[in-house]
Design a protein around this ligand. Structure first.
Ligand code: ADP
Length: 159
């Protein structure tokens, strides 16, 4: 059975993330989307909130599970007995960062954890969690960036 993990901050999740999730879910028997609990960042949404949001957004995808983790991704993969990580690529800037992380994970895990990249769908190439937060902080329109049910929840964080 093929199982992959899509890790990320998802703070907040965007339609770009959802697009990667939907496409990866078609390629694997099970896809676990896992929220990284990064203590170094001060997030807009708590890990619990982000997990709930992802659960709501992926309710239509029966082979997608939502989880969270802290610590090293390769340790989490070993615990789950998963060997494939999914990441998304938007532009060359993502590539430099993602390449380094993917190679580090492969080396540290002694070849047990490999990364598969899905290139962004063109309509979401511009989209990032940080730009959504910046637009929302100025009360701008984020309806083309995130699922509809999430629009007010993000705006409420800035009201
Ligand atoms: P990070 O895990 O680096 O904090 P995010 O949670 O924002 O980043 O994103 C998780 C993954 O999804 C990363 O691989 C990122 O490149 C990818 N991603 C983010 N936005 C998009 C998008 N619009 N299209 C495709 N992939 C994306």
């Amino acid at each position: 059975m093929k199982h992959a993990i899509y890790p990320g901050s998802f703070d907040p999740m965007t339609l770009g993330h959802l697009d990667v999730i939907e496409r990866a879910a078609q390629m694997f028997d099970t896809l676990t989307v896992s929220v990284l609990n990064n203590v170094a960042k001060s997030p807009l949404f708590s890990v619990e909130e982000r997990v709930k949001i992802l659960e709501e957004a992926t309710a239509h995808l029966k082979n997608v599970k939502i989880d969270s983790f802290s610590g090293l991704l390769i340790d989490y993969c070993a615990k789950k007995d998963v060997h494939i990580v999914i990441r998304g690529l938007r532009a060359i800037t993502d590539f430099e960062y993602e390449l380094q992380i993917a190679q580090t994970n492969r080396k540290l895990s002694k070849g047990q954890v490999d990364t598969i990249f899905l290139t962004t769908s063109l309509e979401y190439a511009y989209l990032s969690s940080s730009s959504v937060k910046e637009i929302a902080s100025f009360h701008g329109d984020i309806s083309q960036c995130v699922p509809e049910f999430l629009v007010d929840r993000i705006h409420n964080k800035f009201s």
